[in-house]
Write a protein that binds this ligand. Structure first.
Ligand SMILES: Cc1cc2nc3c(=O)[nH]c(=O)nc-3n(C[C@H](O)[C@H](O)[C@H](O)COP(=O)(O)OP(=O)(O)OC[C@H]3O[C@@H](n4cnc5c(N)ncnc54)[C@H](O)[C@@H]3O)c2cc1C
Length: 422
């Protein structure tokens, strides 16, 4: 009998830790998440069911510590040249059970990437923030606070808009940054965040890259307020809400790197965010395959299993082909981010644009695959007991973030066709 492991993973370049880590996460997904996930939608505020699963994966198994240097209680993955490939596998396996958990898990590491990953480790900030994540068995959350009420896509569209629309300001007062602004939608906000990475400008309206600042703000700093989580179409495991920063003071060294450098590595965050979005969608699709396999094998039509009919088999082939291609592309993209010796820096325009291409391609295919799978399941496509409708709702959300499809198209066209104004 075929399984999800028959979809290709590039065996020649998987991380040496792939097999043992994958086994741990898959068992966790099968035992701690999949039996409960149909009740997650109603748990979006309290996280009564969701929190214990996060505690186990991130706190007890320690997967919130992976990026920190080992002498600070971490696993040292920030210094590994398998860091992106291993991260892809972890996000894929978590998302097979629940892509909302996949994104919440990934975003814990998203802002930490700026300070924990070679070649731009900020040792002082690693030491400062390691205890939040490394000295507890409870899940801890970080968030990347980028999107603002006037728009998220423009803030990411750095090559054209160049930070000129950012309205969250950071002003130096002696040895402290004073931060004022309003952010919304960050994954792991909505009341759960422990540590924010905040996208700010040091000169409102400026399009000088030096004025782009990425500043860390512990969530319990006076002047930080987190609103309640929004109720979304799906992805209840990811809390999103408003955050207000009112005269928030943090030490000067909490700026990740400094003028020019913050923006450079922020682009790396955008690349990684897109690559991991492929893993969230690809992981969920593996589970769509599992549930669909079961349905078309068990259900009969004219005395034959559904899958043994020509019209159905053709659709099944299209679905399997999309999942196969997405998996190959996703791992290839992750490996390109690890092999900077061959593909250039992770923050370079090539990897940023290509990761956007893979993300929006994957999301388009994922919507098509889940739609086709629901057609085959007919009434059961809409039935919570079959889980496909959950993945369909969740995957639509993956398509919307990181500037949505439009920004993806703009950046891909800009790179491949040398656009100058779009
Ligand atoms: C579940 C979830 C998790 C999220 N996580 C985070 C997070 O961790 N951190 C964070 O900061 N934000 C996060 N967001 C917010 C998300 O990234 C933004 O909503 C997204 O970037 C779009 O921004 P916007 O909604 O403000 O739309 P706008 O920026 O106002 O864009 C409006 C429309 O214009 C289009 N558009 C934008 N630019 C162009 C262009 N150049 N050409 C053509 N069309 C364009 C957009 O695609 C969109 O359709 C999350 C959102 C969701 C739903």
């Amino acid at each position: 009998m075929r399984t999800i492991d028959d979809f290709t993973r590039p065996l020649e370049y998987l991380s040496p830790m792939d097999a043992p880590l994958r086994k741990v996460v898959r068992e966790w997904a099968d035992n701690e998440v999949i039996p409960h996930r149909r009740k997650f939608d109603e748990d979006y505020e309290e996280h009564k069911l969701i929190e214990p699963a996060f505690d186990k994966l991130m706190g007890e198994y320690g997967m919130q510590r992976v990026l920190f240097p080992s002498d600070l209680g971490g696993w040292g993955m920030g210094g590994s040249n398998y860091f992106a490939t291993a991260a892809y596998m972890l996000c894929e396996e978590v998302s097979r059970a629940d892509s909302g958990m996949g994104v919440a898990f990934a975003v814990v590491h998203w802002p930490l990437l700026l300070i924990c990953v070679e070649p731009h480790v900020n040792r002082e900030l690693c030491e400062e923030f390691a205890p939040i994540f490394c000295s507890t068995t409870k899940a801890r959350f970080a968030a990347n606070a980028m999107t603002e009420p006037q728009g998220g896509a423009d803030i990411e569209n750095m090559d054209i808009v160049r930070g000129s629309t950012i309205q969250t300001t950071a002003v130096l007062d002696g040895d402290e940054w004073v931060i004022n602004g309003h952010k919304l939608w960050p994954t792991n906000s909505g009341g759960v965040c422990d540590l924010f990475g905040v996208v700010c400008t040091t000169r409102a309206g400026s399009n000088d890259p030096d004025d782009f600042a990425f500043i860390f703000v512990p969530a319990d700093t006076p002047g930080v307020t987190q609103g309640p989580p929004y109720q979304k179409a799906g992805m209840a495991a990811d809390k999103n809400g408003d955050i207000w920063f009112e005269n928030v003071r943090v030490p000067r060294p909490y700026r990740a790197h400094g003028p020019g450098e913050d923006l450079k590595y922020f682009k790396e965050m955008v690349a990684l965010g897109n690559t991991m979005s492929v893993a969230f969608a690809g992981g969920a699709l593996l589970n769509v395959y599992e549930r669909l396999y079961e349905f078309v094998t068990e259900t009969t039509y004219k005395g034959q299993p559904l899958k043994e009919h020509d019209a159905v088999a053709g659709v099944l082939a299209d679905i399997a082909t999309d999942i196969e291609v997405i998996r190959v592309v996703g791992y290839q993209n992750a490996r390109m981010l690890d092999r900077t010796d061959l593909y250039g820096p992770r923050w370079g325009e090539e990897l940023v644009a290509k990761s956007r291409a893979y993300k929006y391609y994957t999301c388009d295919r994922a919507m098509d695959v889940t739609g086709k799978a629901m057609n085959l399941l007919s009434n059961y496509g809409a039935d919570r007991d079959w889980d496909i409708e959950k993945h369909w709702r969740d995957l639509k959300i993956v398509q919307l973030w990181l500037g949505g499809k439009q920004l993806g198209q703009a950046e891909v066209a800009r790179f491949f066709f040398d656009l100058e104004t779009v």
